[in-house]
Design a binder for this molecule. Structure first.
Ligand SMILES: [Zn+2]
Length: 439
């Protein structure tokens, strides 16, 4: 004891490390050193001394520990600033692996990624989430098994998963998801914990899209980001000062159920009437397209072929100039744009990113939203605002799910717990408990 507490160290719980051989403060300062290098905030030993306030000797010890644990590695010499050149340090992204999955209304993507959220292998599959939780989770599990075999990598360090409904974040379970019949109260975390000895983090799909795009999307400028997904459902995720806004329970950003009309026929899947989704969501477009299919030779053909229209088919029809498809998309784009403009006015993001299946209908949607936002919002709000499409080819959600799991493992308290082992394997139960306490 008696060492200075490093900057940024979270208060330690009683037996934070769980090890008798490494004192809690030493484990915590090791965690801080690893995270400073991992985030790029310090890349040499002298920078670590400055960033932590620890002595050179203490930093040398911590870095040696991190090197021998395989979490950091020495890199090239840093450019000289006059004195002796310092050797740079790198975080070893390949020290461990994460499983991640993003479940949509009609598809899911599963991936294996390294500790920086870089995808090593992924698997995409058409899958109706209304099939129910048990078959869906089994399908995702078999995708993980295929990916593990393909990559030859060992056990995952953690699992991150996104689902298209409201998630009570601390508990990892769904609460009254409008487009996921049979999932109410289902704990994605418990199911995965029964099958994997790894901690599991679960969040709403749009939150994870926002996180993935904010961290790994291009261009990256670190400004506050409002991400709006328009697909089967409509939702938003807000990253402000680098943190996701989840609200009190995890329901922040659920803009699809904003009341926009008193029309009693606009019945929403959430049980209310007049929601944005009921008049502008992808599922409402599928209903309208099916009802009016006789007006479009192109969509009639698609419906005859498969017996069920998809948003991809309506998007393709629009790109080909189909009148009904264009009318339905334009009407919805204007409605969604009006609501987005209100939220842009409210939270003043630096970047507004649009994502989801609507992007497959061509560039019109982004144009409509951009012009509406510029027409409706305060000049201070639009002055530096960038409006753009998501940049990760529909993978931002699965990337965000992996990043959520990484941040769960590397938050100071959980990292302090497992760091001396060099790996969180075998610590899943405690890490899960710590994450629930932290949530
Ligand atoms: Zn609703």
């Amino acid at each position: 004891m008696g060492r200075p507490v490093p900057t940024g160290t979270a208060p330690l719980r009683g037996q934070a490390t769980g090890f008798s051989s490494m004192p809690a403060l030493e484990a915590a300062s090791l965690a801080v050193v690893i995270n400073l290098v991992r985030s790029g905030r310090a890349t040499t030993r002298p920078e670590l001394v400055t960033a932590t306030g620890l002595s050179r000797k203490a930093i040398t010890q911590r870095v040696d520990q991190a090197l021998s644990l395989g979490l950091l590695e020495d890199g090239e010499l840093a450019p000289s600033s006059g004195g002796r050149q310092a050797r740079t340090l790198h975080f070893r992204a390949e020290a461990g692996y994460i499983y991640s999955a993003l479940v949509g209304a009609s598809e899911f993507t599963a991936a294996v990624m390294d500790l920086t959220g870089t995808i090593i292998a992924s698997h995409h599959e058409d899958w109706a989430v209304d099939t129910g939780p048990e078959p869906t989770m089994r399908q995702i599990r078999s995708a993980f098994t295929v990916l593990a075999r393909k990559t030859g990598l060992g056990r995952p360090w953690a699992i991150g998963i996104g689902v298209p409904g409201p998630v009570e974040f601390a508990a990892g379970h769904l609460v009254a998801p409008p487009i996921m019949p049979g999932w109410d109260g289902f704990s994605v975390r418990s199911w995965l914990r029964e099958h994997y000895d790894a901690p599991v983090w679960v969040d709403n799909d749009v939150n994870l899209m926002a996180l993935g795009e904010w961290t790994s999307g291009t261009p990256h400028d670190g400004r506050d980001m409002l991400f709006v997904k328009v697909g089967t459902g409509i939702g938003a995720g807000l990253v402000t000062r680098g943190r996701l806004l989840r609200g009190d329970r995890g329901a922040a950003g659920d803009i699809g159920h904003t009341h926009v009309t008193d029309d009693p026929s606009a019945v929403c899947r959430c049980g209310l009437t007049g929601c944005l989704e009921a008049v502008a969501g992808g599922w409402s477009m599928l209903e309208e397209g099916t009802r009016r299919v006789e007006e479009s030779p192109c969509l009639s053909k698609a419906l005859r072929r498969t017996g069920r229209l998809t948003l991809g088919e309506i998007g393709a029809a629009a790109v080909d100039g189909d009148r009904l498809a264009l009318e339905m998309i334009d009407k919805r784009s204007r409605l969604v744009a009006e609501v987005i403009a209100n939220f842009v006015n409210f939270c003043n993001p630096g970047v507004l990113v649009l994502g989801g299946g609507v992007l497959r209908t061509g560039p019109r949607f982004v144009d409509v939203v951009s012009s509406t936002v510029h027409a409706r919002c305060n000049r201070l709000v639009t002055a530096g605002l960038t409006v753009r499409a998501a940049s990760l080819d529909h993978l931002e959600g699965v990337v965000g799910a992996g990043l959520l799991a990484v941040s769960g493992l590397f938050a100071t308290t959980p990292l302090s717990h497992w760091v001396e082992s060099g790996s969180p394997l075998g610590h899943a139960t405690t890490l899960q408990r710590l994450s629930v306490e932290d949530a």
